[in-house]
Design a protein around this ligand. Sequence first.
Ligand code: MN
Length: 261
Amino acid sequence: MSKILSQLIEALASGKVEVVDLTQPLGPDTPVIELPAIFGSSPGVTMEVISQYDDRGPAWYWNTLRLGEHTGTHFDAPVHWITGRDLPDNTCDTIPAGRLVGPACVIDVTEDVERNPDFLLSAERIREWESDHGKIPKGSWVLLRTGWSKRTTAEAFLNVADDGPHSPGFHANASRLLAEQRDVLGVGVETVGTDAGQAGGFDPPFPNHHTMHGAGKFGLASLCNLDRLPATGAVVLAAPLKIVDGSGSPLRVLALVESGE
Ligand code: MN
């Protein structure tokens, strides 16, 4: 076995490297994004028992799941957006597995979001982060830490007012910087989607989806435990189900973190 992997196995066994779960529980209570009524809507999670050690299957328990691809902690593939529609390897089943693992850059804007739930990460703010932590490496996951996952009720999490949802996201210039100049794998957020709550009214609408998926990049939504990650140094594994022609998928997102970091 290679030295690197045997060292990793040893570090996992000793606790020197810890596995941090960035995933929210997935079930009937999982909040789902609400779109204006003119658009198709994604159903919440339903689970139906096939058998549970009963007449239908005396020794086994299993369920049928029904849910939208973009439910709970989930992955956005480039084909999810019209800008990524014609790109190669743009669906859940065709993305090369090597593109699902990368270093994490965690940008903490929790205090800004406490003051303003509509806070947008700007390119300028990313450059400030880079002056402290170094340039975001090519092939990184950029994770926006907002504290939003601490909102445990659906009402607080979706935060919908008369004028639509209010939740943080990315300024268009931030998405362009990350996609075009940093060549990241994608971005991850604690909110229900990778655009701000008000982003349907931006130009272009939903600029993060528009730019990231148009550049073949990915999205991760409804993450949690970002406060357990260092600003740099963690490795994130985010592998969607291999759904044929899938636009996205619920997934388990795991981070490897050196303890004491
Ligand atoms: Mn999505």
